[in-house]
Design a protein around this ligand. Structure first.
Ligand code: PEP
Ligand code: MN
Length: 250
């Protein structure tokens, strides 16, 4: 069990690393991503997340910029040297997205999308596999085996919370998944405290807990002005809050 994935020369997720991934829920425009990119670059964060294809519950809400969003991410990647993480929902977008993203995210709603899992399994790029919101750990591991079918063994698990009865938090962050995945698979696991809690004020305590239990990293939603965010503003940290979080977990 190595629990370590090579992303690029000298860049790994897993092993002794505690990887910080941050960025907006949705890519909204170039200015927004530039502002976030220059901020993260100043803090030394190397992984930028941002949704271009957004899986929204309400079809009338903002669906993401699609390919234009990926192009914005690439621009900022080229400027600062980030590794880009973005979600793909449709197998038909996989080839085109190859020009823009470094780690393909499979979102919670698509963990059971076996044709999509098989397609990303045919690539040589790493895949961030989020846990289905009602998936057992066993089902989640089986989903990773669909990715392995095509020969892709660059998988990073991401615990993002599961549905339960208490609406106080958006999801219930199942941190026990961390040691279980590390023991049962050869892959690293990161934690998403943003979707895991749905509440900005809980992102820091959830991050502390994820780190304490041995997660290989975290993925956090940030926004220059969360009140104006086109998605997930309630759980997004502003720059000051994110900087403080980084200081506190060091
Ligand atoms: C996301 O990370 O932007 C996202 C949509 O998360 P999830 O699939 O976990 O809901
Ligand atoms: Mn989000």
């Amino acid at each position: 069990m190595v629990n370590k994935i090579k992303i690029d020369e000298d860049i790994y997720i897993g092993g002794d690393e505690f990887t910080i991934i941050a960025g907006p829920c949705s890519v909204e425009n170039l200015e927004q991503v530039e502002e976030i990119g220059s901020f993260l670059n100043r803090l030394g964060v190397k992984f930028l997340r941002g949704g271009a294809f957004k899986p929204r519950t309400d079809p009338k809400s903002f669906q993401g910029l699609g390919l234009d969003g990926l192009k914005i991410l690439k621009k900022i990647k080229d400027k600062y040297g980030f590794k880009i993480i973005s979600e793909i929902m449709d197998p038909r977008d996989i080839d085109e997205a190859y020009n823009y993203i470094d780690i393909y995210q499979i979102g919670s709603r698509n963990m059971y999308n076996y044709p999509l899992l098989k397609e990303v399994g045919n690539m040589d790029r790493p895949v961030l596999l989020k846990r289905g919101m009602s998936a057992t750990i066993e089902e989640w591991i089986k989903a990773s085996e669909y990715i392995e079918l095509g020969g892709n063994h660059k998988i990073i698990f991401c615990e993002r919370g599961i549905r339960a009865f208490d609406p106080y938090t958006r999801n219930v962050l199942d941190l026990m998944a961390v040691p279980i995945i590390q023991e049962k698979t050869k892959y690293p696991i990161i934690v998403d405290p943003s979707h895991g809690t749905g509440r900005r004020e809980l992102v820091l305590p959830a991050t502390n807990a994820a780190k304490a239990i041995g997660a290989n990293g975290i993925m956090i939603e940030i926004h220059p002005n969360p009140a104006m965010a086109l998605s997930d503003g309630e759980q997004s940290l502003n720059f000051g809050e994110f900087e403080e979080l980084l200081l506190k977990i060091k």
